[in-house]
Design a protein around this ligand. Structure first.
Ligand SMILES: Nc1ncnc2c1ncn2[C@@H]1O[C@H](COP(=O)(O)OP(=O)(O)O)[C@@H](O)[C@H]1O
Ligand SMILES: [Mg+2]
Length: 325
């Protein structure tokens, strides 16, 4: 970990796997040994944590990823692709004899279906995360990793906070459909910014709408909550504003929430207040949909800032538009 002795901005902990993104208007497989042609298939950096790490590095942060891959070609592909994006991979674990996790994304553009084989990803524990010096710790894909990472996660987040790091968590979707448990509640009590999307917020809280979900989830002890609402933007906190950038017509929405997280963290580390940091998150999330895959569209800091300046912040009397000052 020699290269990690220098101070980092961001440590991202979570899932790391190649995404096979399959695109077309009809990407639904037909059984009975039928072959179907699709528009395209591309193999690229995937996994919510890896996508957030790459997006943050492209926005200028010094980023390390902590994840587990196997000792196979898919793992080697991930390590070299991440290094090419200037993401520090010295703390990525390579598990001998285990396959690297892999995801197939069937994408029609606006919607997608996802098949994941977790492989080595789900061997990651809190003890595998070195106490790196950084300014922010972000944890992705709680539900995917909860059996290995869940038990130690509250302690990991508390220890990071104790060393002065800001913490954020994006659970992503629960493939088991069980949603919250006492370990997630304990982790959220050590979380500064909780970043679910709308479906996840409703699933975890059991509430019927995003406003009620934000109120219920705030009661679990998170300092701030931001609920991602797709092309409608994002809701800050139970009482905070709705933030949105002008809607874009997406080519592919894979990873938009993960790119949103990167933009938001960049804003927070720059000292922006939450709604303004969320404008940067919305901008990075929106711009990330311009190409196939989570990292297909390269979003730089200045184009994100241009779009963030066009954001609307509604429901908060103190600010009408992010562009006013
Ligand atoms: N079509 C779109 N137009 C503008 N912004 C978008 C669009 N799709 C996504 N975004 C931005 O990306 C963020 C994350 O997308 P969302 O789909 O809600 O998350 P996730 O990918 O986790 O499901 C949204 O909050 C929004 O800011
Ligand atoms: Mg997400």
């Amino acid at each position: 970990l020699s290269s990690l002795s220098q101070v980092l901005d961001l440590i991202v902990v979570g899932d790391c796997n190649p995404d096979l993104v399959i695109t077309g208007s009809d990407v639904i497989p037909t059984f009975g040994q039928a072959e179907k042609l699709v528009d395209g298939m591309s193999l690229m950096i995937g996994g919510s944590a890896a996508i957030t790490a790459v997006a943050a590095a492209r926005l200028g942060l010094r980023v390390a990823l902590v994840a587990a891959v196997g000792d196979d070609p898919a793992g080697e592909l991930m390590l070299s692709a991440l290094a090419g994006e200037r993401v520090d991979t010295s703390a990525v674990l390579v598990r001998a004899g285990q396959p690297t996790g892999m995801t197939a994304v069937l994408s029609t553009g606006a919607d997608r279906a996802i098949l994941t084989a977790p492989g080595a990803m789900t061997s990651l524990t809190a003890a595998d995360v070195p106490p790196l010096r950084a300014r922010h710790l972000h944890v992705s894909s709680y539900f995917l990793l909860k059996r290995s990472l869940g038990p130690g996660l509250p302690g990991l987040l508390a220890a990071a906070r104790g060393r002065g790091l800001m913490t954020s968590v994006d659970t992503n979707y629960d493939p088991a459909g069980r949603w919250g448990d006492h370990l997630l509640s304990a982790a959220l009590a050590e979380t500064d910014v909780f970043l679910p999307n709308e479906a996840e917020a409703l699933g975890i809280s059991g509430e019927p709408d995003a406003c009620k979900a934000a109120a219920t989830l705030s009661g679990l002890g998170v300092r701030s909550i931001v609920i991602k609402l797709g092309d409608r933007g994002a809701l800050c906190g139970p009482d905070g504003p709705l933030v949105a950038v002008p809607a874009v017509r997406p080519v592919d929405t894979t990873g938009s929430g993960d790119c949103f997280n990167a933009g938001l963290i960049v804003g927070l580390l720059d000292g922006l207040d939450l709604p303004r940091a969320v404008t940067l998150g919305c901008a990075v999330g929106a711009l990330s949909t311009a190409a196939v895959g989570g990292v297909g569209a390269v979003v730089d800091r200045s184009s994100a800032e241009v779009l963030a300046a066009r954001a609307t912040i509604t429901g908060d009397a103190s600010v009408e538009s992010a562009g006013v000052d």
